[in-house]
Ligand binder design. Structure first.
Ligand code: SAH
Ligand code: SF4
Length: 354
């Protein structure tokens, strides 16, 4: 009885989000602290309807080249952190990166995502040259960068070179929580400054969080939703926190699969046009997690284009999926997975259309 009453309240809140695309703090709090399985499924059905209206049954794919696992930062959660001395480090040359994208183009990718640890080996000029070369070779493709915190001038130079999009998860919109996930030399304010700079430079900008990161409370998630409601990112990356055995968070519990799916649905209702991937972490926590992510309102999948010889070295967390597969195997596998749930991978840039 109590549960049914709660669910009615939550159902009304979900409907309000669907019509007004925003909620006040108290309603976010009520929803995130008391949602039931029934509420989660209800939100997913509305979110899928919204995504179907805007994107139909198209799923956009992005090929990620994880071009360096070298990082000079020490985020407590991440397997690539500088303090992890067990990891064998690699760096792909610009030619190697380009040739991964050439393969990707043949497999139907029209967005290349270049991602790495924060690795000063790659200078601003090197990144700009690579972006220019890719945009020249593949003018109809989008280039997305995900290479961490840089200065306004660097972001401006990458944009000038032709970069279209940038992914930089804010990780948490709560400054005190940020301090529990990162060492003292990292600054929440700088991360938020980066996101503002990216947006002001005209990038399609992606932020996002790990769900269930250590010490994350419902209030932190409420702060995240309020931040995104205001910032209006073009892309949002949401995945469960998964521990990595060679980090300080090795013994911390993984994030909730259900909470991740619920937040995907709520993001779709809040920002109907947002580009929302069903992440690799979601596919790692559950074998059909990415399919369920799509059914909860996601519309993007980001398989790996890195050479197989380096794939198992880009381990952000334990047991990451697809590290033994080639790019063409991943492409085929995803095609079948999407078809099995009534969706189809499209050969398109897949820009934000809001
Ligand atoms: N160095 C860049 C990009 C690579 S990390 C950056 O930090 O922005 C990409 C994302 O992986 C991070 O933003 C983080 O949200 C996610 N990640 C790192 N460690 C993780 C873990 N243990 N579990 C789940 N996601 C993780
Ligand atoms: Fe480096 Fe990014 Fe991992 Fe932090 S999350 S340690 S910046 S790769």
């Amino acid at each position: 009885m109590v549960n049914t009453m709660k669910s009615n309240v939550n159902k009304t809140i979900i409907e309000e989000l669907n019509t007004s695309h925003s909620l006040p703090r108290e309603k976010w709090h009520t929803l995130l602290s008391s949602f039931t399985e029934e509420d989660r499924i209800y939100a997913a059905s509305l979110a899928r309807r919204v995504a179907d209206e805007i994107y139909g049954n198209d799923v956009y794919i992005r090929g990620i080249v994880e071009f360096s696992n070298t990082c000079n930062r020490n985020c407590y959660y991440c397997g690539l952190r500088a303090g992890n001395t067990k990891l064998e480090r690699y760096r792909l040359s610009p030619d190697d990166i380009y040739s991964c994208c050439e393969d990707g183009y043949r497999y139907g990718f029209r967005t290349f995502v270049l991602q790495s640890g924060e690795d000063p080996y790659y200078t601003t000029e090197m990144i700009c040259d690579l972006v220019r070369r890719l945009k020249k070779g593949y003018p109809e493709c989008a280039v997305t960068l995900s290479i961490g915190e840089k200065s306004f001038e660097d972001y401006a130079a990458f944009k000038e070179a032709g970069a279209d999009r940038y992914l930089l998860r804010h990780e948490t919109a709560n400054e005190a929580h940020y301090g529990k996930l990162h060492p003292e030399n990292m600054s929440w304010k700088n991360r938020m400054r980066c996101l503002d700079d990216l947006k002001s430079l005209g990038y399609q900008t992606g932020c996002g969080v790990m769900i269930g990161s250590p010490e994350q409370t419902i209030d932190c998630l409420v702060d995240d939703m309020l931040y995104m409601q205001d910032f209006k990112p073009e892309m949002i990356g949401l995945g469960p926190f998964l521990p990595h055995s060679d980090t300080p968070f090795r013994d911390k519990p993984k994030g909730s699969y259900e909470m991740t799916l619920f937040l995907i649905s709520l993001c779709r209702l809040m920002l109907p046009h947002v580009l929302l991937p069903a992440t690799t972490a979601l596919g790692t926590i559950r074998p059909n997690g990415r399919e369920q992510g799509i059914l909860a309102g996601a519309n993007v999948i980001m398989p790996n284009l890195s050479p197989v010889r380096v794939r198992d070295k880009y381990m952000l967390y334990d047991n990451k999926i697809c590290t033994g597969d080639t790019s063409s195997e991943c492409r085929g596998c995803l095609e079948r997975r999407m078809e099995a749930i009534g969706y189809k991978i499209v050969i398109a840039r897949g820009d934000y259309n809001g």
